[in-house]
Design a protein around this ligand. Sequence first.
Ligand code: SF4
Length: 335
Amino acid sequence: MFEIKHTLCPSCSVGCGINVILDNDEVVGTFPYKRHPVNEGKNCLNGRNSVERFNDKIGSDIDLDKAIMEISKEINDSDKVTVLLSGNNSLEEASAIKSFSDENNFNIAFYADDLGNFEDVASYNDVENASNVLIIGDILCENPLVGRRIVHAKQNNAKIFSNIKAEKSVTANISDEVSSSSVGEFLDKYSNLDDSSVIVFNTVDSAEDLDKIRNSGLKVLPVYSKPNTKGVLSIVEDNSKDELIEVLNDTDVLLVVNDNIVDEIDFDFKSISKIISLSAFENDTTKISDIVIPIKSWLEYDGSFVNAMGDTQNFSGVLESDVSSVFEIFEKINN
Ligand code: SF4
């Protein structure tokens, strides 16, 4: 029997709604959720393909009790345990993971794309109504449903200035001026814009760039690569890439919760004695992990994500699953 159920896209922080198409409880496709206020009936290719990760779903045919015992031994025997939170964790999961780490005196690490934490951010309407939009990164390609708001701003006569390293990019095509200079030089060049201008960015060159963005006096919109990075930032502080590498250099046991950090940072993970992954899907991090525990995917539990502009959005599970949740796994480890 075909069914269509509504949830959120997990493929970036914009927070678009998607409809999942189920055939006898199997995910077979997606199509856009017409009335969703963020994406208004559109999804990008990444969003439409988000359910393809079900092709890499980790099977539940493991001896869970044995794996939990192994994990308990590893984390009890070491005084250098690091728990890596992820922007893929829901708000509720992130709170539970933090409590678990605090109770056990483990290090917590969290990587937020090196974009930092901005308390006050621009809304998507602010972007549409901006007089000027400064873009850092290929937003139209990588976060198209924010890119769509930038196109609307241009239709409203905004000037679009972009800083993009790639020779060709979708964002460059709609920009009035394109620069491939350092982000710092780019920000200096446009430091006198009026205060209805907005900076939209999904990359920077350095922490100094973040300071310049903070001190610009303009509205800013960091667009993270994961659906709940902004939500997790309200629970723990983020680590820059360099800070994270420092933490990992001092880690014997790394517990990764629903993340693929191996693809994000250049680090010799072989230097860590034990890597334990809790993950719904196979990825390069689960492939090098010593212990892998399957957990429910975002389609299999209820929770909430905070999108790039700071709105908390609830989602409901659309699939039944007998796989354990993050909460159940941590409860078992603690017992
Ligand atoms: S813009 Fe981001 S949230 Fe929206 S459909 Fe694309 S990947 Fe998903």
